[in-house]
Ligand binder design. Structure first.
Ligand SMILES: Nc1ncnc2c1ncn2[C@@H]1O[C@H](COP(=O)(O)OP(=O)(O)OP(=O)(O)O)[C@@H](O)[C@H]1O
Ligand SMILES: [Mg+2]
Length: 273
């Protein structure tokens, strides 16, 4: 690592966000019929933190994200956003792998869908233009979704999420369908808007490298329990191939593959169940 590349990185710092919301879970369980998917999750996410959730397929990641986004109710336990136990949906926006654009609406109109209906037509258009500018799509507002690339469609979905100034932005494998280079560009964009806006970011991903590249903190979910809670205290932007990042990736992969877990914040080294 040379001195100039070190200079370009920002030292890790404690973010205190006035935009982002806190998230608190106490004893949260979720069952679907006889199947218990989440087993008493306790979690505190500070305002503005960037959290990644990783874990095997079917371990409950999307279920947990949907509960935190207010799209579903826990079977037991409490979820509080900014200390409030209900009516938080207006503070949270969700992005999925499928950008879910309206094919019969042009790009600008798709972004306006995210603006509060209380806003005037002019305000809606202005806010949509600002959001499209933030995601690098100025000049594309009159195009149809069908002619956009996969990455561009995800940028429109990101603009639609940003336009309402969310306090929490939750992502469920948002980049899973993109090619490797577009994915890296989108990761950089998500990191940039998160740093600019200060919202609390919660990303579900299968990609451990992506989690370590983006997150302040990585939660490893296994069979509905948080098995690992890892702080990623590396400067941003993070370089791929960085030995410290590779070390964290290795620890998480070891746990995912069932070798060993180490919760660096709470528990000593122990065997995965
Ligand atoms: N609405 C539902 N009704 C019944 N079962 C459900 C429902 N939603 C999720 N499940 C079940 O809960 C479990 C966890 O699902 P979830 O989608 O949270 O997993 P995941 O970790 O997101 O998996 P993946 O990585 O494949 O997306 C699965 O067994 C799934 O079948
Ligand atoms: Mg899922």
């Amino acid at each position: 690592m040379n001195v100039s590349s070190l200079d370009q990185q920002r030292a890790p710092e404690t973010r205190i966000s006035s935009t982002g919301a806190t998230v608190s879970l106490r004893g949260v369980t979720k069952s679907f019929g006889a199947q218990k998917v989440l087993h008493g999750i306790d979690l505190d996410i500070p305002a503005g933190q960037f959290v990644a959730i990783v874990g095997r397929s079917g371990c409950g990641k999307s279920t947990l994200l949907r509960l935190m986004a207010g799209l579903d109710e826990p079977s037991s336990g409490q979820i509080e956003i900014d200390g409030l136990s209900s009516v938080w949906r207006d503070r949270v926006r969700l992005m999925f792998q499928d950008p879910r654009l309206l094919p019969w609406q042009r790009v600008a109109a798709n972004v306006e869908v995210g603006v509060s209906h209380a806003s005037s037509g002019d305000d809606r258009r202005r806010l949509a233009m600002e959001a499209l500018n933030q995601v690098g799509l100025s000049g594309r507002e009159q195009e149809w979704p069908a002619i956009l690339s996969g990455g561009q469609k995800q940028r429109v979905a990101l603009a639609r999420a940003l336009v309402s100034h969310p306090r929490i932005l939750a992502f469920d494998e948002p980049l899973g369908a993109l090619d490797a280079l577009t994915r890296i560009e989108m990761q950089a964009l998500i990191e940039q808007v998160w740093e600019d806006k200060g919202f609390t970011a919660i990303v579900v991903t299968h990609d451990v490298v992506e989690a370590v590249a983006l997150a302040d903190r990585i939660l490893l979910l296994d069979a509905g329990r948080v098995e690992m809670d890892v702080t990623v205290d590396l400067p941003r932007p993070r370089r791929r191939g960085d030995p410290a990042a590779a070390g964290i990736e290795g620890r998480i992969l070891d746990c995912l593959l069932g070798r060993q877990c180490r919760d660096v914040t709470r528990w000593p080294m122990r065997a995965c169940p």
